[in-house]
Design a protein around this ligand. Structure first.
Ligand code: AR6
Length: 178
């Protein structure tokens, strides 16, 4: 685990499951364009949230790569889910820009709702094939740029599924922000 303070705001990288972030107001879904369950993060969030989540999301679909939309969290232990479509690596171009837009748009949307804490998975780094080191670089550089401009968001947590993924994000966090 790594944690860094920037102007009184916290960025942290932890190993864990995005469905178990009880102390976080909004969790981010690595969604598909149709905002339906699918696998990975989307499958886990929808199955914990229950069928009401897909029902609420249906009218907001489809979304474009880089876009973020917000819903309530249903049976998840949070207030909101922010659904964001990452780029398919090397297919949705320019991938780096689109991935950065995911983080920027999710954080700005959270801030517009007065949200104080947001947890992200490693968007695009699973089924969408983004190499983890590159995904971590884009995620952490973008968050460190956007976070100082936000009014209400004070805590950003990256939740990484595996130990080696957590180590990649943690060491990037320390070299990007400190
Ligand atoms: N908590 C935290 N991280 C997780 C979890 C979890 N419960 N489950 C997986 N990860 P992915 P993508 C990690 O595939 O690449 C879906 O089918 C995973 O190890 O969820 O943006 C959707 O329906 C990886 O590092 O998202 C879309 O079609 C990261 O989260 C598509 O996959 C992202 O993996 C989206 O693909």
């Amino acid at each position: 685990m790594a944690q860094v303070e920037v102007n009184g705001k916290t960025v942290e990288c932890v190993r864990g499951d995005i469905t178990h972030q009880d102390d976080i107001e909004a969790v981010v879904n690595a969604a598909n364009a149709q905002l339906m369950p699918g696998g990975g993060v989307a499958g886990a969030l929808h199955s914990t949230a229950g069928p009401g989540l897909a029902e609420e999301c249906r009218p907001m679909a489809p979304i474009r790569p880089g876009e973020a939309v917000i819903s309530s969290a249903h049976n998840l232990p949070n207030q909101y889910v922010i659904h964001c479509l990452g780029p398919v690596y090397g297919v949705d171009q320019p991938s780096e820009h689109l991935l950065a837009e995911c983080y920027r748009n999710s954080l700005e949307l959270a801030d517009s709702k007065g949200i104080e804490s947001v947890a992200f998975p490693a968007i695009s780094a699973g089924a969408f094939g983004y190499p983890l080191e590159e995904a971590a670089e884009v995620a952490l550089v973008t968050v460190s740029k956007v976070l100082p401009q936000l009014k209400t968001v004070k805590r950003v947590r990256f939740v990484l599924f595996g130990e080696s993924d957590e180590q990649v994000f943690s060491s990037r966090l320390l070299s990007t922000i400190e």
